[in-house]
Ligand binder design. Structure first.
Ligand code: NAI
Ligand code: MG
Length: 358
């Protein structure tokens, strides 16, 4: 059955980088005989310019009907003066909540060719390849009640609620166990079970689930130690799973171990494995329209899409190998430029990946 992929270029560098990813997808489609079709729609600033809203109904409908979505990026100073409710970023949040994309996958991979980009010692990070699975639609960021109130004595008090239900924990656990099964077979669940009851339940449920995944080795770690271990010896991890807030912090820290925002893909999945795939970086308005943005994070997001939503592992592997090959060839966009390497444009980088696939 033909799978439908919706491409949402967005704005800023979004259209430039998604164009290269689409080129790469067309190439693997031909090479591996994939039964996929591509469609496009507007989101973010481009949708505001055309329709006055960041997420037109037509786009949300197309997103609902698609098997997977590839997003560029949204946002920029052009729209910053607008009301919060109609800013480009709202388009993204609307997609995440509208499609119930609760499972956020953030790989942190350090390509050996770019080892110099990391702030950590080469022996600590070389060969780094970890995946953080973050719960994205629950936990303390969404828990009720929340707010700021004034107490009887006149003092103001801010409060949020950290809550996870069993079904929420199970569904993110499933994403993490399945991902660990497809990778190195190791899963570390991060919690604060020595202090927070909600994470005692989290830990219990992960242990229960482990019985269904005898091929995955489950371990547990407190979040403060996990933060420490991530910068001390990050290669001890394969897959990490954690709640919304801990995952927000740990995944940004892990991303920076690799030192290059232009290289990092991400996925946000729903219960059925449908997902939205996007680079970790934003719309880079400072370099938009110049043809110098790094398209590799978006190309690698397309590879994740093939692996996680379409089960086309061979095509995904081929894209990742092709990216590694162009780095071996010494081709670099400006953000990952280093001495002795050849500086290329966005389009030249996309062309090089296509050539490496052939
Ligand atoms: P940003 O990630 O867009 O840019 C940060 C820096 O990294 C800039 O100097 C930029 O030129 C550079 N950069 C980013 N991606 C690059 C690439 N592919 N190649 C080369 N250089 C790259 O973050 P910033 O500046 O904080 O935000 C800009 C806009 O993007 C804002 O409106 C923000 O709200 C939005 N944003 C959107 C996201 C999304 O669409 N998922 C995520 C983060 C920010
Ligand atoms: Mg964050």
């Amino acid at each position: 059955m033909t799978k439908h992929i919706l491409i949402l270029p967005g704005d800023g560098i979004g259209p430039e980088i998604t164009a290269e990813a689409l080129k790469v997808l067309e190439c693997v489609k031909a090479r591996f005989g994939l039964a996929v079709e591509f469609d496009q729609a507007l989101v973010g600033g481009s949708a505001i310019d055309a329709h006055g809203v960041p997420l037109p109904d037509e786009t949300l409908d197309k997103a609902r009907g698609a098997d997977a979505i590839l997003l560029g990026a949204v946002g920029g100073p052009k729209w910053d003066s607008l009301d919060m409710a109609i800013r480009p970023e709202k388009g993204l949040l609307g997609l995440r909540s509208g499609l119930q994309l609760f499972g956020n996958l953030r790989p942190a991979i350090l390509y050996p060719q770019l080892a110099a980009a990391s702030t950590l010692k080469p022996e600590v990070v070389s060969g780094l390849d970890i995946l953080i699975v973050r719960e994205l639609t629950g936990g303390i960021y969404f828990g009720q009640p929340r707010g700021v109130r004034t107490l009887e004595n006149g003092e103001r008090q801010g409060y949020n609620t950290y809550v996870y239900s069993e079904s929420e924990i199970r569904r993110i656990g499933k994403v993490a166990f399945e991902a660990a099964r497809k990778r190195g077979g190791k899963l570390c669940s991060v919690d604060k079970a020595n202090v927070l009851e909600v994470t005692v339940l989290w830990r219990e449920i992960m242990q229960e689930m482990a019985k269904d995944y005898p091929d995955v080795e489950l371990s547990h770690m407190y979040v403060d130690n996990a933060a420490m271990q991530l910068v001390r010896a990050p290669k001890q991890f394969d897959v990490m799973v954690t709640g919304n807030m801990f995952g927000d912090i740990l995944s940004d820290a892990a991303a920076m171990l690799t030192g290059s925002i232009g290289m990092l893909p991400s996925a946000s999945l729903d219960e059925n494995g449908k997902g939205m795939y996007e680079p970790c970086h934003g719309s880079a308005p400072d370099i938009a329209g110049q043809g110098i943005a790094n398209p590799l994070a978006t190309i690698l997001s397309a590879a994740m899409m093939l692996r996680y939503s379409l089960a086309e592992n061979e095509a995904a592997d081929a894209i990742e190998a092709a990216v590694s090959r162009v780095l071996d060839q010494g081709l670099r966009t400006a953000d990952i430029q280093s001495e002795g390497c050849q500086r290329v444009s966005t389009r030249e980088m996309g062309d090089a990946v296509v050539a490496a696939l052939a």
